[in-house]
Design a protein around this ligand. Structure first.
Ligand SMILES: [Zn+2]
Length: 178
């Protein structure tokens, strides 16, 4: 298991732990007035966990078909489960899988407030380091003044785009090295 998958699994685990430790933010009491000001982070955690697992299961089923084993009991093990069940899949399938896992890890890190994780990625447009997370837009913003879109606006990137760039570059680095 790669360290990126471990990072993604630990983010998922943190979310699950957070949910267990703050059950008052569960679906039935979501609108409770007693929710503390720090709660926006907690809202929808259960939905989020389900969404992550559902996405993994859907892909794993499509990728592995009949050879797919039962879903692991611990939520953090779903990435390993998917990775193990697609170990012999085509490079394209494995690449897409790694991108999804990495993207979920990024999304969950952001949810956990680790906005700095964005800074470990160069801008896909100008390749400089200076991305900043924009919570309102849910996108990474490039702070390089010369990096503009067609309308002259600062360029923004989705987490999916950053994940694709990161994983693709990792892959090509590995294949160059071997
Ligand atoms: Zn840029």
């Amino acid at each position: 298991m790669g360290s990126d998958t471990e990072d993604a699994a630990s983010s998922l685990h943190l979310l699950a732990t957070h949910y267990r430790e703050h059950p008052q933010t569960g679906p039935s009491e979501r609108r409770a007035p007693s929710v503390n000001p720090g709660a926006p982070l907690n809202l929808g955690i259960l939905d989020r966990l389900e969404q992550c697992v559902d996405e993994v299961v859907e892909h794993a089923r499509a990728d592995a078909g009949d050879s797919l084993g039962p879903l692991p009991p611990r939520v953090r093990d779903v990435y390993d489960w998917w990775t193990d069940s697609t170990a012999d899949a085509s490079p394209e399938v494995r690449l897409r899988r790694d991108i999804v896992i990495y993207r979920q890890g990024l999304e969950n890190a952001i949810r956990l407030g680790e906005h700095k994780r964005i800074r470990t990625h160069p801008c896909p447009g100008c390749h400089t380091w200076g991305l900043q997370w924009e919570p309102h837009r849910q996108k990474a913003l490039c702070l390089n003044r010369k990096c503009r879109d067609r309308n002259g606006m600062a360029r923004t990137w989705s987490l999916a785009r950053l994940a694709t760039q990161y994983v693709t570059e990792q892959e090509s680095r590995i294949s160059r090295a071997t």
